[in-house]
Structures are given as structure tokens and as C-alpha cells.
Design a protein around this ligand. Structure first.
Ligand code: HAM
Length: 423
């Protein structure tokens, strides 16, 4: 009889497991975000992972790569079109409007962290399920808020140990000056239509700004000589952009102007920015964001200027991989004999209840193999309990870091490990 070979199940393509010890790094990155963003008065918001498809079509934009090609969209059992969120801004704005968060004292400042989904070609730095830590600040139109949000992002990156990052800055204007700029782009790209990729040729009429974001060789080659938005900003957008640059200089935050950076989402107005690094290869943006002063209103809320950014966690984790301190057990309890096994279990449970990370040997293993295991785990202390120690109510200890050893009464175990806390 031929044996039935069962196919081994694997995670979906572009969807990765995050395993220990990497999860320690992720926890550190998350904890630091809570700490830094908390100091700036940002509070956590947890929008759902799944939303109506229309939310993203109307905010991210119909002609963007995300909406045209990358969304995880399907029809649910009730016949509704739903989408796994490709980004976090639209859900936060939807939540802001739905729960009238504008009635809270202004500015309303939120952060979120969690998975996002884009059906892209998986490659280094690009997954189909990836994670963002994002922030959104509502209610302040002044460039001071842009400067605050950027300062907060850089503070976070600095505290996380990043060096050599580059802040690129642009303004993509507003409903006053952008239409003029779009016409200029059409005048420039129009006679060069046959050099554009099919996507951009199609998007040319509706959204010529997208051409500037296109990576196709032909489009990218034309980009360099294209008109620059910063030459067409209206007086208000110009003043906003100049003032932001003044603030950044005052805060000693270096930046590079990149007048061709339009970002891959349609909701932006005025300020856009990206933090990039050469160490990531082609997918070089660690974080990106910008202002979106019309979006709340577009979703039926009151006119509310807003700005935010999102950090790509996988990219941060890739850059910091070797820098995290991996916690180790405080204690390994080795034992010889059945009675000592009972005592080891009793003591482990008691010490764990007091917050110590305690590992122990398992029945049948020789003392030598238990000690080898303690060493492999990196435990700081080993306690050894044999029948003789058990009878006397004592245990032998070894400090594996210092190589010292001795004997204590079993009842003093916690005081011995944490002298400061007992007194
Ligand atoms: P985004 O530029 O689409 O902006 O994404 C922000 C960051 O998420 C990127 O810079 C990158 O680090 C990471 N990222 C994006 N796609 C992937 C992927 N497929 N794999 C791995 N990492 C990825 C937004 O999502 C906006 N919602 C940011 C924002 C918030 N703007 C205003 N508020």
C-alpha cells in the first residue's frame, strides 16, 4: 500500500512568522513608540483590520498602485466588498468622523500599531503582510504641528539607535495650486506619452502626479526634467513650507528637499516627507507621511487639518537585528531524584509567582545534562537539589556568570536572588 503523503502547510507567500528572539526586538520597538509618542501626548487607537473597500478607494485614491493592484479585497458572506487595510490613515480618519472625536480637546493625537496588507511582489523589505507603527494628529493647520510630528519621528528613530538616516521633504500644494501644477505636468509629459509605461499613460489624464511616483524605467528617466511643484506653490502653501523649514532648522533637524516626492497615496496636501536609509537597498523608506487637510471633510466630518506618518516595522527590525538584548532566565533548578523533583517544581512555581524567570530540569536527565542545558539557556544562577539537600532543607547554588558557588537554606531562595527586594 502506498503511504499517503500529506502536503506540508506553509505560511502564505509574503506573509511571515515573527519568532523569538526577533519578537524581543519588536516588543522593544513597540514599547519605545509608546514612550516617545506618549511624551508628545499621542494616545493609542485600535481601528479594525478590515474595512469597507470604499474607504480606501475614496481616500488612498482610485489611480494609485495600492487601490488598482494591491488590495486584499473580497466579498464577505453578506455580499459586501471588504478589504484588509493596506494602511492605517483611512481607518483612523473613518473612526475620527464616526465617533465625533473632533469634540475632544484639539489637537487630537493618536498612534496605532499592527499589520497592514498589500498584495505586492514579495522581496527584501516588501511583504504582503507587514506592520506599521503610525501616528495621526488632527486639528492643527499650522506648520508647527508638521515640525512637532517630524521631530517626534526622529526622536523615536534616534532613541532606537539609528544613524545615517535621511529626511526628505516636499510640499505637494493644495486645491489652489495643485491643479495648476497638474496642467504643467501634462504639458511636459503629453508630448512624451509614448515613453510612459502603460499604467502612467492611462493615469495621465486623471492623475499625472502618479507618474512622478512610478518606478518604471521610462517614467523614471523623464522625471528628472519634469516641472517641480515647489515652483508652483500658491502663497499660502509657500508660506507653510517656508515656515516648516524654519522650524526644522531651529530644532537642528537636517533635511533634504525632494521636489519630486509625491508619495503613493492621493490624500496628501502640502507637506510630505520620507525617512530613508541606504542600508535597505531598493525599499529604502523606513517611515513616511504627510499632511492631509481635506480627508476628514471628504468623509463627512468637519473641516479638520491633519498630519501623520507611519514607520515600517519589518524595515526597522531588519536594521536593528543585532542590537537587541535578549533576556535570559534568572535561574535554572536542577535536581536529582523524585523527592527533589517535587521540591524543584514547588520552588519554581513560588519564584515565578514573584516575577522571576525560572527554568528547570526534567525527570530522568543526568545532573551533567541539566547543567549543560542551564548553560545553553544562559541562566544566571543554577540551584541544585539532591536527596541529601532536600533532607537538610538546603540547596547548592552556582553563579554561571561569575563562576562562584555555595549553599543556602531553601527558604532563603528569593532573598538570595533578589536581596534588595527582601529587606
Ligand atoms: P506608506 O508610505 O504607504 O504610507 O507606508 C509607510 C511605511 O510602511 C513605508 O515607508 C514602509 O516603511 C512601510 N511599508 C509600506 N509598504 C510595505 C510593504 N509592502 N512591506 C514592508 N513595509 C512596507 C502610509 O501607509 C501612510 N498611511 C502614512 C501616513 C500616516 N501618512 C499620514 N499618516
Amino acid at each position: 500500500m502506498t503511504p499517503v503523503v500529506k502536503a506540508r502547510l506553509q505560511a502564505l507567500k509574503g506573509v511571515e512568522d515573527i519568532l523569538p528572539p526577533d519578537t524581543y526586538l519588536w516588543q522593544t520597538l513597540e514599547a519605545r513608540a509608546r514612550e516617545v509618542f506618549g511624551a508628545y501626548g499621542f494616545e493609542e487607537i485600535r481601528p479594525p483590520i478590515i474595512e469597507q473597500t470604499e474607504l480606501f478607494v475614496r481616500s488612498v485614491g482610485e489611480t494609485t498602485d495600492i487601490v488598482e493592484k494591491e488590495m486584499y479585497t473580497f466579498t464577505d458572506k453578506g455580499g459586501r466588498s471588504v478589504t484588509l487595510r493596506p494602511e492605517g490613515t483611512a481607518p483612523v480618519v473613518r473612526s475620527f468622523v464616526e465617533h465625533h472625536l473632533n469634540t475632544n480637546p484639539s489637537p487630537q493625537k493618536y498612534y496605532y500599531m499592527g499589520p497592514m496588507y498589500r498584495y505586492e511582489r514579495p522581496q527584501k523589505g516588501r511583504q504582503r503582510q507587514f506592520h506599521q507603527i503610525g501616528v495621526e494628529a488632527f486639528g492643527v493647520a499650522e506648520p508647527r504641528m508638521d515640525a512637532e510630528v517630524i521631530a517626534m519621528l526622529l526622536e523615536y528613530l534616534k532613541k532606537s539607535g539609528f544613524e545615517g538616516l535621511r529626511l526628505e521633504l516636499n510640499s505637494i500644494g493644495d486645491e489652489v495650486c495643485r491643479p495648476v501644477y497638474k496642467e504643467k505636468l501634462k504639458e511636459y509629459f503629453g508630448p512624451r506619452m509614448n515613453e510612459l509605461c502603460p499604467d502612467c499613460a492611462r493615469r495621465f489624464e486623471q492623475n499625472p502626479l502618479r507618474i512622478l511616483d512610478c518606478k518604471a524605467a521610462g517614467c523614471a528617466a523623464l522625471k528628472g526634467n519634469a516641472p517641480k511643484i515647489t515652483d508652483y506653490l500658491c502663497t499660502d502653501c509657500r508660506a507653510h513650507f517656508d515656515s516648516l523649514q524654519d522650524y526644522l532648522k531651529m530644532l537642528e533637524i537636517p533635511f533634504t528637499l525632494n521636489p519630486l516626492m509625491v508619495r503613493g497615496l492621493d490624500y496628501y496636501t502640502r507637506t510630505t516627507f520620507e525617512v530613508t536609509t541606504e542600508r535597505l537597498g531598493a525599499q529604502n523608506a523606513v517611515a513616511a507621511g504627510g499632511r492631509y487637510d481635506r480627508l476628514v471633510e471628504d468623509f463627512g466630518g468637519p473641516p479638520t487639518p491633519a498630519i501623520g506618518f507611519a514607520l515600517g516595522m519589518e524595515r526597522l527590525a531588519a536594521l536593528l537585528k543585532d542590537r537587541v538584548e535578549i533576556p535570559k532566565p534568572e535561574l535554572f533548578i536542577a535536581f536529582i531524584g523524585g523527592g527533589a523533583a517535587r521540591e524543584a517544581l514547588r520552588m519554581a512555581v513560588e519564584l515565578r509567582a514573584k516575577g522571576l524567570w525560572v527554568e528547570m530540569g526534567y525527570e530522568g536527565a543526568s545532573l551533567k545534562s541539566q547543567l549543560r542545558k542551564a548553560d545553553r539557556l544562559g541562566a544566571r544562577y543554577v540551584f541544585i537539589i539532591g536527596e541529601e539537600e532536600l533532607g537538610k532543607g538546603v540547596l547548592k547554588w552556582k553563579n554561571l556568570e561569575e563562576g562562584s558557588s555555595g549553599e543556602i537554606e531553601s527558604a532563603e531562595a528569593f532573598a538570595f536572588l533578589r536581596p534588595a527586594q527582601e529587606g
